[in-house]
Write a new protein. Structure first.
Lengths: 422, 104
């Protein structure tokens, strides 16, 4: 095979160029190597945008699972409004369209000095840059009695998969008139409006199938995200069905008793027919083991390049980072991942670096045909990610506007998962 | 055509390779268009969110300027457009409009 000159590269357009680069000779040349650990939203987006924007970089994605199920939109599944399969996305397109090497293994350890990643199967990957997108883990002993066995009785369903299916089964088999208790976590946690969206959509399911059922939210907080929009919707759509108790009323949830499916607060015990316990969170285990998290349990990063403040050459994106004003959402992970990918590409290939734009957009369902949205832009200021401009839907919006937002949300899910997984 | 090439054409992301910038990395328009791709499919498909493919540079520019000027009719696009300079609006409009003329 002939060698490619820069001029010939220039004449080729996207697909042909990609094909040319996939030839063994080109791949054998000295390419910079980026390893991405974690095939969730942040990790998959970094891998995809790096592979697409810098042809001189070889991208390896390390992810043990064959497919990823999105936690966003899983509340629609819980309400019987969407099949579980529609939440699941494979990695085939990232390999085929973008030439990413996908390794279905777990990362066992990171060795920043040697610039290697040890995999569970005993093999080792060398990197020039490493991106870690470990997502969240649950804090140990945050709630007395809430261990792995208890999770099988009182699911968290905060990582989508078997836990989400389990909660759906429990909701389906619950008798009419039963009490669904949702334990909402302390800040910061993955997807701030999501526990309350879950309560809303489960209420819509109960209204259709178990109209005498009740929902009790036991919160670790005294206020929550978009509280006015949720409480307005609960009064309009599900009067009398949802009760929310802030920590100042209950003293907070201190323990669970899986045997009796009870949630215990400072002053009372609530026996549930179905309990969804969402515990306090921190950065994923690998970040903790690799020294990427500080004492807060989360990972400090440079707000421009998303390089770790603790380990040079290692970047982090998504729920695991200390994102300043950026919430832990899939949209933020995707936005951070693009900024991170362009910064790494600029460093490794010398390409021009442009100012990054960081956003969050959320569509949140209050009922199947009633959704609201928000949008926030962020900028790095004094080493922190600060929110610059923020708009959110208003309580007094017409039902037609809300119906349109629910339709837009469906379109957003399709486009967004396409952007991440190809 | 090989299957790899065919599937590559079907994805908006391959658009990041511009003819002049293939070896030098994505240009500013491509990086800004990556923001669009979080909500708009760049292959022109999708429902529920309006397509931005095939609109032309002037229409895209005018739409972004209008979104920047007012919260109505869409506060999400208002926030996005407010974060863009005139130069960035021109750059992303030029880039996205050029995708419309590509054979797909």
């Amino acid at each position: 095979m002939k060698s490619w000159t820069r001029r010939e590269f220039g004449r080729l357009t996207g697909a042909a160029l990609l094909t040319a680069l996939n030839q063994p000779k080109a791949r054998g040349q000295a390419k910079a190597r980026v390893v991405v650990i974690g095939g969730g939203i942040g990790g998959a987006t970094v891998a995809r945008y790096l592979a697409a924007s810098a042809t001189a970089i070889e991208v390896t994605l390390v992810e043990p699972r064959q497919s990823y199920a999105t936690c966003f939109f899983s509340n629609l599944y819980l309400a019987g409004l969407r099949p579980f399969e529609s939440l699941s996305h494979g990695y085939e397109a990232l390999a085929k369209q973008n030439g990413i090497i996908v390794v279905h293994e777990s990362a066992a350890a990171i060795h920043p000095a040697a610039k290697t990643v040890a995999l569970n199967n005993g093999s080792k990957l060398s990197y020039d840059r490493l991106v870690v997108a470990p997502g969240i883990a649950f804090r140990d002993r945050a709630l007395e009695g809430y261990d792995e066995a208890a999770m099988e009785i009182m699911p968290h369903a905060w990582n989508a998969g078997q836990q989400t299916r389990l909660l759906r089964q429990q909701l389906e088999s619950m008798e009419d008139g039963g009490l669904f208790v949702l334990v909402a976590p302390p800040n910061p946690f993955r997807c701030p409006p999501a526990p309350y969206e879950r309560a809303s959509l489960v209420a819509s399911y109960f209204q259709r199938r178990k109209p005498k059922a009740k929902i009790l939210i036991l919160d670790a907080k005294d206020t929550f995200n978009a509280q006015d929009l949720f409480q307005d919707a609960w009064n309009r759509h599900y009067p009398g069905m949802i009760e929310w108790l802030p920590a100042q009323f209950t003293g907070g949830v201190t323990a669970v008793d899986a045997k009796t499916r009870s949630v215990i607060t400072a002053g009372a015990t609530f026996k549930a027919a179905v309990a969804n316990v969402i515990p306090a969170q921190m950065a994923g285990r690998l970040a903790q083991q690799a020294g990427l998290a500080n004492r807060s349990g989360w990972c400090p990063v440079d707000p421009v390049t998303f390089e770790s403040a603790l380990q040079p050459g290692v970047h982090l994106v998504g729920d695991a980072i200390i994102g300043g004003d950026m919430p832990k959402s899939a949209f933020c992970a995707n936005s951070q991942a693009k900024a991170c990918a362009f910064a790494i590409a600029a460093d490794l290939t010398g390409s021009v670096r442009f100012p990054a734009h960081l956003f969050n957009t959320c569509y949140t369902y209050l009922a199947p045909d009633d959704a609201f949205s928000n949008a926030i832009s962020f900028k790095p200021v004094d080493g922190k990610l600060k929110s610059v401009i923020s708009f959110v839907s208003k309580v007094e919006e017409s039902s037609e506007v809300r119906r349109q937002a629910a339709r837009a949300a469906e379109g957003w899910y399709d486009a967004f998962t396409h952007d991440v997984f190809g | 055509m090989r299957p790899v090439a065919r599937s590559a054409i079907a994805t908006g992301l391959v658009l990041l390779f511009s003819q002049s910038g293939a070896a030098a990395g994505p240009d500013q328009g491509a990086q800004l268009a990556a923001l669009c791709a979080s909500c708009h499919r760049l292959d022109g498909g999708g429902t529920g969110i309006p397509s931005i493919i095939g609109l032309g540079e002037e229409r895209l520019t005018n739409a972004l300027l209008a979104y920047r000027a007012s919260e109505s009719p869409n506060h999400i696009m208002h926030v996005i457009a407010l974060s863009l300079s005139d130069e960035e609006i021109a750059s992303v409009a030029r880039y996205v409009a050029a995708q419309g003329s590509n054979p797909r």
